[in-house]
Write a new protein. Structure first.
Lengths: 251, 201
């Protein structure tokens, strides 16, 4: 159920330093999020598609990954054109579809897909361990990085616990329906997850102390400084900056 | 509960990010290294619990449980929720980088609020425990959907109807989350009361 599908790969993007990828994705995502022009948003979309191609990801997998977003976009397309004020493009009895509503929907669609593509191409292509390493070298507080790495490590374990509990409930004839009994069962199941998580945390903490944990995580990954990293970052920076300036001058 | 990318305006994104950072800083300050493993593994439990789907008639909704997180962790819920949301985006791509701050505020601010409102009521009598849990679950989702609506409304006043639709759509979720949180709290108080930081007099 939980896997890092894109993290293993041998493309150019996969070889970049996590730190560089995090900075690049922040710059590019915010530039795309703040852009307010449909055509410029199109340019950002092209850049993000190029990044996906550079990371050699299968488009089918990427589209599958964006499924939750599509439901949201569907909702937006149903509500916004009908509720926005502006020039009417089509009228059917009481329902008016406005131009500004449709344009806004297009903008939101392109921008949201673009930002998620950037995230997929640059961040989802590294393991959470590398992400933690990158964040650490970007001076994110130690405790935050610790939290991220530790909960990442234990998600699979807790998920196993959850599956075991659910299996046990099903063996006893549990069939989820819309009734109080089902909600109660799920509540106890979630409660048991929290109990087991807490008990496990105590054991893990004791084991860490036994092994001399001194509040520091050491990373084994070493990234060689490489000129490609800075060229990539400069490229992303220049592209974003020129699009931002272009938008300001143009409008 | 997530707000999607590409919708919110710059000022809303920026204030979300700043508030989330401030909350995370306070939360991290309150976690010492003896408790950090506990917070981290509870964050993974929170992540897994949000994969539980419950039926609502023909549809289904996943549990959110930020109310429970708030009750159990207080301010430490902010970094825990940030962690869970970041991992969710890495694994499932629910949301990306620019809305992370706003989403953390939407989920974590109600959690912290619920902690201070309803934790003092726990541990007195069992009907009161369930009621306090129910209200914690209900209010955490209510506040979250209100914050989400506000974020949209501050972006553009034309989003008012969309906000109303979102808040209305969450009413069944509020009730279910209330019931589940109520049962969960009574269960925890019976089975493992140490996990709930009830203030000793």
């Amino acid at each position: 159920m939980i896997e890092e599908k894109f993290a293993s790969g041998r493309s150019f993007i996969h070889q970049l330093d996590p730190k560089i990828r995090i900075i690049a994705s922040i710059i590019l995502s915010f530039a795309a999020a703040l852009c307010d022009n449909l055509y410029i948003a199109g340019f950002y979309f092209i850049i993000s598609s190029i990044l996906i191609t550079m990371a050699k990801l299968k488009w089918m997998d990427v589209v599958n990954r964006l499924k939750p977003l599509f439901w949201f976009l569907l909702m937006i397309w149903i509500i916004l054109p009908l509720t926005f004020d502006g020039e009417t493009v089509y009228q059917y009895y009481g329902l008016r579809i406005t131009v500004s509503g449709v344009i806004l929907c297009c903008k939101i669609t392109i921008k949201s897909i673009t930002i998620l593509l950037i995230f997929t191409a640059l961040i989802a292509t590294m393991t959470v361990a590398s992400l933690g390493n990158g964040l650490h070298r970007l001076y994110v507080p130690d405790k935050m990085v610790f939290l991220l790495l530790m909960s990442y490590r234990y998600i699979a374990v807790i998920e196993e616990e959850y599956k075991r509990l659910l299996r046990a409930a099903k063996f006893r004839g549990f069939n989820p329906k819309t009734n109080l009994h089902s909600y109660k069962t799920f509540a106890y199941l979630a409660g048991m997850l929290f109990v087991r998580a807490s008990l496990r945390a105590q054991r893990v903490h004791q084991a860490m102390l036994c092994r001399g944990f001194n509040q520091k995580f050491h990373t084994l990954d070493v990234y060689q400084p490489n000129r490609l990293n800075s060229i990539f970052l400069m490229g992303i920076f220049a592209a974003s900056l020129s699009l931002v300036i272009f938008e300001i001058m143009w409008i | 509960m997530h707000i999607s990318e590409g919708v919110l305006s710059g000022p809303v994104l920026a204030s979300g990010a700043v508030l989330a950072m401030a909350g995370t800083a306070i939360g991290l300050k309150k976690i010492d290294y003896d408790r950090i493993v506990h917070v981290a593994i509870l964050a993974s439990a929170f992540f897994v619990a949000s994969l539980i789907h419950v039926n609502i008639g023909p549809a289904s909704a996943h549990l959110i449980l930020n109310g429970i997180m708030g009750l159990l962790l207080g301010f430490a819920a902010v970094p825990a929720i940030l962690t869970a949301l970041l991992l969710q985006s890495v694994f499932f791509q629910y949301g990306g980088l620019t809305t992370l701050g706003v989403n953390v505020v939407v989920m974590a601010a109600p959690a912290v609020l619920v902690h201070y409102l309803f934790l003092p009521l726990l541990g007195k009598s069992s009907p009161l425990n369930f009621t306090a849990g129910f209200l914690a679950g209900l209010f955490s989702i209510l506040f979250s959907s209100l914050l989400l609506g506000l974020a949209l409304w501050f972006t553009d006043e034309n989003f008012f109807e969309t906000s109303l639709v979102i808040i209305t759509a969450h009413i069944p979720v509020m009730i279910i989350e209330g019931i589940v949180t109520g049962f969960c709290v009574t269960f925890l108080l019976k089975v493992y009361p140490e996990i709930i930081p009830v203030r000793k007099k």
